[in-house]
Design a protein around this ligand. Sequence first.
Ligand SMILES: [Zn+2]
Length: 169
Amino acid sequence: MIYPIVKFGNPVLERPAETVTVFDRELKTLVEDMFESMYAAHGVGLAAPQIGIGKRLAVIDVTFKEDPKAKLVLVNPEILHTEGKNRQNEGCLSIPDFREPVTRANKVTVKAQDVNGKWFEETGEELLARALLHETDHLNGKLYISHVSALKRDLMKRKIRKMVKAGEW
Ligand SMILES: [Zn+2]
């Protein structure tokens, strides 16, 4: 099932998500649906709040279907370690048509549970590091625009408000 993507302005995106405690068939279906929804929206990462579900769950595939082994499910992720710096343009499916340069760590290690509840660690560099941080931020109710300058953020919000008024958001 493909879920519609929730856009900036919906409070679910700015609320910390709740810990996942039940690892059942329903969670597995939700994970499959999240991958499907992410691919349909041409994204490389998707957090559950972006489909209106306030749970600490995210999926990532920085290869966009090229390498099935790259599919990553993060349940209740926590950032363990960050290293270095990397500045690249960043976007978000919930803030379509905007991209801004954001400085993030270049190497990131997270600890998370898989779809069966088993804890594991994952280390990523560059785009994967950025995705790990971006998606974990989502689960804490934080959007990438909180990492851009206040001036740019206000400009983006002004543009978005105009689009909302025009019925284009
Ligand atoms: Zn996002």
